[in-house]
Design a protein around this ligand. Structure first.
Ligand code: MLY
Length: 266
């Protein structure tokens, strides 16, 4: 569900172009999501990427899974594409000679992990191997993004959100993702082959709920009846406006006392 947001209109209003599909490490047809809530699988612990843990699917959105590590709390859910190499069927870790680990912040005593694992897996609904995707799509051979191109991007502070975004800068293999209509607090640099960025139209294909642009900054604004810009007019995206002045990188503009990487309330 896209609300009333239309990329078609928005690209015209902003006279912007969508980053072409070959810029992204994403499949041209989004991967089919056959997972169900409650299924268990193996996942890399996002806070301790060398360890493989048991995770439960606690939600589904488009081609993504909302995952929670067993033995962890409900405050550290994370999202993965169904074709991510960071998720595997249960048994994969052991098959490769590894051992399943307790998640960072395991809520019991470490010594109770073996028994916890046994009980967790006993009678669990394990996601069948056939619903995993063989491999991630191949990465583009280089950074093809250009400043000003539009895309859809995961808001890393609120990772359930996928939002309209613009390439704000390029830095070697990295791309500055800036969120349209937000003042910069959510912006981040990522590699061009990040799995958190998608071509325009991705959410429409997956059924994900694409957020509308924010209303805080840099949006096209309508002219008043007088042909003069009303001061507080931030609603409506019908008229063409000159591009917003470019902004310095988000980090430099962060308010003191605000911790990096935490979900934001604003
Ligand atoms: N708690 C904030 C969330 C802002 C999300 C910003 N993203 C979409 C770029 C709010 O409700 O305003």
């Amino acid at each position: 569900y896209q609300g009333h947001f239309s990329w078609d209109k928005y690209l015209k209003e902003t006279s912007a172009i969508a980053a072409p599909a070959h810029c992204f490490k994403q499949s041209t047809t989004p991967p089919v999501n056959e997972f169900k809530a409650g299924m268990k699988l193996e996942a890399q612990d996002p806070r301790n990427t060398t360890s493989t843990c048991i995770a439960t699917v606690v939600g589904l959105t488009g081609s993504r899974l909302r995952l929670r590590l067993d033995g962890s709390d409900n405050k550290n859910d994370f999202w993965r594409l169904v074709d991510s190499s960071e998720i595997q069927p249960i048994g994969s870790c052991e098959k490769n000679g590894g051992m399943l680990q307790p998640p960072l912040g395991f809520r019991l005593n470490a010594s109770s992990w073996p028994m916890f694992l046994l009980k967790t897996l006993n009678g669990a609904e394990m996601a069948p191997a056939r619903i995993f995707h063989k491999q991630e799509p191949p990465p583009p051979e280089q950074n093809h993004f250009q400043v000003g191109m539009k895309l859809e991007a995961v808001d890393r502070k609120n990772p359930h959100f996928i939002c309209p975004a613009t390439v704000g800068a390029l830095r070697g293999v990295e791309v500055l993702v800036t969120f349209d209509g937000w003042r910069g607090a959510f912006d981040y640099y990522c590699r061009y082959d990040s799995r958190d960025i998608f071509p325009v139209g991705w959410c429409a294909l997956t059924g994900d709920n694409l957020q509308p642009p924010g209303t805080k900054a840099g949006l096209p604004r309508p002219l008043g009846a007088s042909g003069v810009l009303p001061d507080s007019s931030v609603e409506g995206t019908d008229m063409l406006m000159p591009p917003a002045p470019s902004r310095p990188p988000a980090q430099k503009r962060r308010k003191p006392g605000r911790k990096k990487g935490r979900p934001s309330i604003s």
